[in-house]
Design a protein around this ligand. Structure first.
Ligand code: EPZ
Length: 430
């Protein structure tokens, strides 16, 4: 298993290319199942989760061709995937694949919409919570699918096709909104989705589906209307930049000090997070090349933040913000409202000398003048990178173990940070 070794204390100076968004790429790849024509996705990040989903789609009979380097491609240019679901040969998504990457459960929507049947393993919980799929199942039922739970699998049937209907989510669910959108595109009639998630990745999926011939209005708002069509065609779509990667590196610069251009970043995708980082004392400027972040000299001010669905402060940046606040000049409060167990990073940050108390869903962080490097363990994707952020400012060496978690969501993180002067390296084969 690989480890990442970091020696803290170096400022970050230069530029970091922001990759395509993991959480847009996954639903966009799944949307390829809705058509027998080729869907071309550009700016796809090189991530373990993308590779896992390629395997899962392959199990359904989907061909994925990865485009090669083109003249002028930079070192971090995203991949171009040509995805063809011409023939779906298997409508089962097996446990051993779905358990590895929970978003693969979302294949249930295009499979039942296009094939009339889907048998998808329940994904099971994960480190940050139980993460049920009851609302995704409810959405399929409201579009006329018959649902049966059979030995750990959800079996959805709609032999005569799905029917437009009304889906009102009692709580905001990104996956629920993605699956409702995809299923509704081929349903017979009009579907209304109420209390829809407004994340930019939802809008990116809707934009791509409309390019494929779908009729979707209102994506990005809480009320989405989809008019079903008999079939969808292929399309070409560029994945939007990753707002979580952007916020992560912005916090890394705020922590280590320095001046970095986040190339290709779009500030409007994470304005709430950028406002918090600026409030803590970093300087942020938006240029047409991306978002520039700098912090020189002055210390960090404490913050009081609650995670919320978009456009609020994203839960996927909560761990990173906590790492940043371990060095603030005062006491910060971070409340996590989306997941019930998303504080796994607290114990590991404490090993670096952080002073954090947990009361229910609120973490209280008393800033300390200095962290000290130590061996730490990554537990989930975003917790892992919070350890990297802390290590960049810790005195001495930090060894982050189980970095496969990092590889799920951050493309070549150590290369991007090394290029800005960080003392960071990957040690393979332990
Ligand atoms: C997506 O997960 C993201 N994953 C998560 O990012 C992100 O944290 C989350 O949305 C919230 O923004 C991808 O896009 C691949 P939800 P998702 O359905 O769709 C509960 C990362 O690090 N819920 O919006 O699974 C659920 O338990 C990952 O990239 C139900 O109760 O999240 C949670 O408490 C982590 N029943 C809340 O809703 C359901 O049927 C929000 O979950 C579905 C969800």
């Amino acid at each position: 298993m690989d480890r990442i070794r970091i020696v803290g204390g170096r400022p970050l100076v230069g530029s970091i290319p922001i990759s395509g968004a993991k959480n847009a790429t996954l639903p966009l790849m799944i949307a390829s199942l809705l058509t027998d024509e080729v869907l071309v996705l550009e700016n796809v990040p090189r991530l373990a989760d993308v590779a896992s989903l390629q395997r899962i789609l392959g199990n359904h009979g989907v061909d994925v061709m990865v485009g090669g380097k083109r003249p002028g491609d930079s070192e971090y240019e995203g991949q171009t995937l040509h995805i063809s679901a011409k023939r779906i040969v298997d409508t089962t998504a097996p446990y051993e694949l779905v358990a590895k990457m929970r978003a693969s459960f979302w294949v249930i929507a295009p499979l039942v919409a296009r094939m009339g049947v889907a048998r998808v393993s329940l994904p099971g919980g994960c480190a940050i919570g139980t993460r049920p799929v009851d609302l995704l199942v409810m959405a399929m039922q409201n579009l006329g699918a018959e649902i049966e739970i059979d030995r750990g699998y959800v079996v959805a049937r709609a032999p005569k096709g799905l029917k437009g209907g009304r889906i009102e989510f009692p709580k905001v669910t990104v996956g629920g909104t993605h699956t409702a959108l995809m299923a509704a595109t081929l349903a017979d009639g009009v579907t209304e989705i109420e209390n829809a998630a407004c994340e930019p990745e939802i809008t990116d999926l809707a934009d791509c589906l409309n390019k494929m011939g779908a009729k979707i209005t209102g994506a990005g708002t809480k009320h989405i209307v989809v008019t079903g069509v008999p079939r969808l065609s292929g399309a070409r779509h560029r994945v939007l930049p990753d707002r979580i990667e952007t916020g992560t590196y912005a916090m890394a610069v705020a922590m280590a000090g320095g001046d970095v251009l986040l190339q290709g970043a779009r500030a409007e995708l994470l304005q709430a997070a950028l406002d918090v980082i600026a409030g803590a004392g970093a300087e942020i400027s938006v240029t047409n090349a991306g978002v520039r972040i700098a912090r020189n000299g002055a210390g960090l001010a404490p913050v009081r933040v609650t995670t919320e669905p978009f456009p609020g402060f994203p839960t996927d940046l909560q761990a990173q913000l906590m790492a940043l606040m371990t060095r603030a000049g005062g006491t910060s409060h971070i409340t996590e409202t989306i997941f019930e167990n998303r504080f796994m990073h607290v114990q590991e940050l404490a090993r670096l000398g952080a002073q954090i108390r947990l009361e229910g869903e609120t973490a209280t962080i008393d800033g300390v003048p200095q962290l000290k490097g130590a061996p730490v363990m990554a537990t989930d994707l975003r917790a892992s990178v919070s350890l990297v952020i802390a290590a960049l400012a810790a005195e001495g060496e930090t060894m982050v173990n189980r970095v496969y978690h990092l590889d799920r969501g951050f493309e070549r993180l150590e290369g991007k940070l090394q290029a800005c002067g960080a003392e960071i390296e990957r040690l393979s084969g332990f």
